[in-house]
Design a protein around this ligand. Structure first.
Ligand SMILES: Cc1ncc(C[n+]2csc(CCOP(=O)(O)OP(=O)(O)O)c2C)c(N)n1
Length: 556
């Protein structure tokens, strides 16, 4: 022991200097230098370490925390095995443009002779030629720390690249000998690199504005919100002024208030077939080309931090104009460029169609209040609860949001289209960690709940005092898989089978008892008319007793 501060300690200090609040950690034999540093005092100068009993939960929580704060967090897992468990979270973070520093130990390279050299058979068993390859395809950058004095430059670079547009996760592999070695103090305070921000190019904004102002049947398509509260307000004003319908196709975040006159629902198809100009706002998949396409002479504009989504091999949506930049900044530039319209005759027509779509969704929800109820009815009840408490919703094959009344930029978050299920529960916990006063509601399918490693998530909720309201929508099935089969083979054998193979979750566990095992409050609801009272009670338990409440809701 040299007695000098270790590289592990320097790493944690640098994280904190860069504004990283938490180290979401699932530890192993690669962690001793970090554990030693954390136990050595000076804790205020390091991120708060949080024990995550499963890596998937660590990734989901960091994801949810960053959605709330915009601040990247650090996740540290155990060598190659921990990284494999974290890989789904990396896919989700990459899809959702979430900046994050994902780290894992690297089994010691040396067999003896150094502090931290191999000492346990797993140090041989966990050796990989290219550990980073487990996540390389989805992270923006990866590196293996080679020398102690590199740590500051490497962490600064990791952070700056994660925070550059388009944002996303980066990966750092940390050999145990390097973390254990003494480290000189930093030569410069952090950050030494400034993340890249991209601003819209004026000539492209002007061209986009020209197309949109000249259009008779313009359409906006959104998928991941409108760029926070500022972009949300800009979009609302712009489409109000210009009477442009906004369709939210498979939305991950809210872009327009559900009671806004220009909220055109979730299906762009009826608008798209007659559109003469479309603005695609940061959407990888603005419509399903196998089902619908815009007319040949329709102009299509894509805006966002990466309008062509360069990381994805195939994406053929026509792009007549592309404008790169943060969504809020591009919308502000477009708003200014478009100015105010003269006489517009389309407003009543567009607003009327939007109102009809909204009424149809509400009517469908109201019809589903039986026993078992529909997910749409459950959504209606959750919507009322959220409105009463200004709550935030996380939904993963949970409540469909089309008929809900949601009004602000942070009203809801849906699982990313990378589709790594098990995201909803831990992401909601991450949100609650970021915002202790807020009612956070997670609605998840029974399958999604099981994918979340619920024991790990309940343990975290109790240990870290993160009471949320969890609604498990139990249909005893992977209904999405069933529906996908029917879509491709509507009249096939599976459609006619009494029980469709590979889609049943029966018998489902007693979800209420699972929660009870973690000393959470729980109740099972079978009839739709009983749900509002059960939700109200559950919210009181969360807010007053500060206990996690789980409602198992039987749905069709
Ligand atoms: C990690 C992972 N494994 C498998 C899938 C495939 N998958 C997509 S939806 C789904 C079913 C989800 O079930 P549930 O949450 O109960 O919702 P439901 O489909 O019943 O509405 C499955 C298994 C996936 N998306 N992610």
């Amino acid at each position: 022991m040299s007695g000098e501060p270790s590289t592990g300690r320097a790493l944690l200090h640098r994280f904190k200097t860069l504004g990283i609040d938490y180290l979401f950690a699932n530890s192993g034999t690669d962690f001793p230098p970090l554990i030693e540093a954390l136990a050595g005092g000076d804790v205020a100068a390091m991120p708060q370490p949080l024990v995550m009993p499963h890596e998937h939960a660590a990734m989901g929580m960091a994801h949810g925390y960053t959605l709330a704060t915009g601040k990247p967090q650090a996740v540290m897992v155990h060598t190659n095995v921990g990284l494999a468990n974290a890989a789904i979270g990396a896919l989700n973070a990459a899809y959702d443009q979430i900046p994050m520093i994902l780290c894992s130990g690297r089994t010691p390279a040396t067999e003896s002779g150094r502090l931290g050299s191999r000492s346990n058979p797993i140090n041989w068993g966990q050796e990989m030629r290219d550990q980073a390859a487990l996540v390389r395809e989805v992270v923006k950058w990866d590196y293996e720390l080679r020398f102690p004095e590199q740590v500051y430059d490497v962490v600064d670079r990791a952070w700056a690249i994660a925070m550059s547009q388009p944002r996303g996760p980066v990966y750092l592999s940390l050999p145990r000998e390097v973390l254990s070695a003494p480290c000189p103090p930093p030569l410069q305070p952090a950050p030494t690199l400034v993340p890249v921000q991209i601003g819209p190019v004026h000539k492209d904004v002007a061209r986009a504005a020209e197309i949109l102002t000249a259009a008779e049947r313009p359409l906006f398509i959104v998928q991941r919100g409108a760029g926070g509260a500022v972009g949300f307000a800009t979009l609302a004003g712009l489409v109000e002024r210009w009477s442009i319908p906004v369709a939210q196709f498979w939305p991950l975040q809210l872009a327009i208030a559900s009671d806004h006159a220009m909220n055109a629902g979730y299906d762009p198809a009826p608008w798209l077939v007659e559109a003469d100009a479309v603005l695609v706002i940061n959407a990888l998949t603005p419509w399903a080309p196998s089902q619908v396409s815009p007319p040949d002479d329709c102009k299509v504009i894509h805006i966002g931090p990466d309008p062509l989504f360069a990381r994805y091999p195939i994406r053929g949506f026509r792009a007549d104009v592309t404008v790169a930049g943060e969504v809020a900044a591009v919308l502000a530039a477009l708003d200014a460029e478009m100015g105010a319209p003269g006489e517009l005759t389309r407003r009543a027509h567009v607003a009327g169609r939007c109102a009809e779509i909204r009424s149809a969704a509400e009517a469908e929800a109201a019809a589903g209040r039986g026993a078992p109820m529909t997910k749409a009815w459950a959504a209606q009840c959750v919507s009322d609860l959220l409105a009463e408490h200004d709550g935030v919703l996380f939904t993963e094959l949970g409540c469909p949001t089309a008929n809900m009344t949601l009004r602000h930029a942070e009203a809801f978050y849906q699982e990313p289209h990378s589709g790594g299920l098990g995201w909803g529960f831990p992401a909601a916990l991450g949100r609650r960690l970021a915002e202790p006063g807020r009612l956070v509601v997670a609605t998840v399918g029974d399958g999604s709940y099981i994918f979340a490693n619920p024991t790990a998530c309940h343990q975290i909720a109790e240990a870290l005092d993160l009471p949320i309201l969890l609604v498990v929508l139990n249909n005893a099935a992977w209904d999405a898989v069933r529906r996908a089969t029917l879509e491709i083979f509507p009249d096939g054998h599976a459609a006619r089978a009494n029980a469709m193979p590979l889609t049943s979750l029966a018998p489902t566990p007693d979800f209420a008892k699972l929660a009870e095992a973690h000393r959470a409050w729980s109740q099972t609801v079978e009839a739709g008319r009983e749900l509002p009272a059960a939700l109200a009670h559950a919210a009181q338990v969360v807010l007053k007793e500060r206990r996690l409440a789980l409602l198992e809701v039987r749905v069709s």
